[in-house]
Design a protein around this ligand. Sequence first.
Ligand code: NAP
Ligand code: HSE
Length: 435
Amino acid sequence: MSGRGHGTSIGIGLLGLGVVGSAVASAVISSRKNGSELNLRSALVRDPSRQRAVKLPQGTLVTDASAVLDSQNVDVVVELMGGEQPAFDYICRALSGGKHVVTANKEVISKHGEQLRELAAENGVSLQYEASVGGGIPIINPLLDDLAANEILGLRAIINGTTNYILTQMATGGASFEDALSDAQRLGYAEADPTADVDAFDAVYKISILARLAFGVSVPFDVIYREGIRRTAAQDFRYADELGYTIKLLAAARREDGGLLVRVHPALVPANVPMAKVEGVLNVVEAEGDLVGPLWFQGRGAGAEPTASAVMGDVRRAAAVLRDGGSVPQARPIDPDLSLLAMAEHECKYYVRLTVRDSPGVLAQIAGALGDLDISIASVLQMDADPERGSADLVIMTHPAREANMQRAVERIDALGVVDTVANLIRVESYPDDR
Ligand code: NAP
Ligand code: HSE
């Protein structure tokens, strides 16, 4: 990549001036006042009459994407619109036009990262996306650069702030899922349509990006096992607490015998491990490299300023390339020998919550269904009983079992006449010091 720019000025064009775009615009304007070469040339919005959190120089706000994408004065395009389209098309146009691109868009990078990386290379420009995972936490560049000499053995993360806020409210305040979600919406964490966060699409996009960079394997977002938090109920937290656990939405990718398993689902996490104490909208990524050992990246996973911090790091790297030449760190090549494992191969302990008839012989039938599939019971708790309905909540903890067997056992248990419902099945996350 060759140095360019306009004398002592490097032109920045923003696509989007919302929560993150406004904070990035402020940071660029402040850096200019402090003598930096960055110069905000234009910012694309839909509605120019909207009140903005930042005051821009006259004529900077535009509603025609060409004013950013085709401008000779723009060297670095910063995409902060969100969504797949038209963001993807705009990024393609910017790269094809020889502009460096910075984006915070996890959906676009998860779905089209490979194609965009190739397009950037063909055009001799950089594509960077540090803010697409973990908000302000530096995790993409450490994986690309500082940890490049390592074989990454595993990643385990809380990478969605909205769901971590909801689960924390349920764990610490005894809130129902619905109340915690309303609270998250009132505070501006969750959107009016919370699907992307609550049904774990957001976390799946993010872990697919991290897995590509950490393991050199292309992980299409739609093959990743995905389970959101809608089934997680207030009583699951009470019962988990009695058993010494809390509940987190985990995103994990780990090398196992025969391949790489990538999964996103709620999990029982032992109350005494550090991850159990990552609360509210905080995010964390645990990484383990063969050389470096375990690492821990924690911080604010969303919000205007933390996200702008990550975006500005990328902008400054692009500016350095324009000024001095060189390149930004590149994704490791695809490893043709590493294949993706199906969730059916996963093995862990399970928490099963059932509502059953409160009568003799019930447990024997359930134990039989589990035993037939090689699943051994570790403990059974009879929790809330409803004498009027003659039913009770039963919580079964199993020893490690194969996912495929557990799913078949749940089907059989659900069909038993003495079982009203298998209300929840939560995987128990294993930790090295887990007793
Ligand atoms: P936002 O507040 O909704 O802002 C989006 C901006 O893009 C708005 O200025 C909007 O214009 C503009 N825009 C959207 N579609 C457009 C179109 N078709 N044409 C022209 N302008 C358009 O979003 P955000 O929260 O800043 O998020 C931006 C990106 O950062 C997303 O990819 C998001 O996933 C990512 N991100 C956000 C956070 C966070 O905490 N918010 C954290 C990490 C990553 P108007 O203002 O005129 O409507
Ligand atoms: N909606 C995301 C979250 C923030 O709740 O973590 C942007 O990545």
